[in-house]
Design a protein around this ligand. Sequence first.
Ligand SMILES: [Zn+2]
Length: 257
Amino acid sequence: MLFDTHVNLHAEAFADDLTDVIRRAREAGVERMISICDKLDSFSRIREIVEADERMWCSVGVHPHYAKDYGSLTVDAILERAAWERVCGIGETGLDQHYGYSDLAAQIECFETHVAAAQQTGLPLIVHTREADTETGDVLERGYGAAPFPILMHCYTSGETLARRAIDLDAYFSVSGILSFKTAESVREVISIVPRDRILLETDCPYLAPVPMRGRRNEPAYLVHVCTALAQLWDVDEAEVARITTENALRLFKRVS
Ligand SMILES: [Zn+2]
């Protein structure tokens, strides 16, 4: 059994054939999925998708890209939605200076609101970080020092220093199709230092289709190729990767059964 810990099924790219996409995922052995929330305005649509499928869970949060639109975001607004038992994580949240859609101060404030929600619920914080290694490490350490909470560094492509800081906070890391890209040698090197009992798989679909599907719309069925990329990195077979990463995901996402 495979567990896709990061799918964006409410994306426009799936508007026409979501049922087929989910069927193909199941045929490929992807039996659990977490539908990720990018902004509170998307939550009711995500909830609809999750309610229609008993092997689907979701998160609640605001992506750093949208931090500027949620300047008045409160912890309560997140907690209210996280009360639903199929919400298994807080986010995705974090810092992104690559696109810089929202200024850094707004992103940090939004990120810290999510940290507080993770502290209060005990649900894992799903962290997106890009070109903000130092600031991301600082927010996580500050929050964790005040009251520990579970952390997932999703689609991790950042540096080794931040990876080590996060490992010290007992964080989990998820790998995506990027792991299969020829040019991603530095990502493979960093992922190699993460303990194997801390690694999960994700597609981040419809983005980041793995080799040999690169350039196409990504979908959860392609998680098998992410699994293959990790099997090559670890030099074990795919079944072993599926077993370890699914076990890890179920340990982290306690509301998923
Ligand atoms: Zn992300």
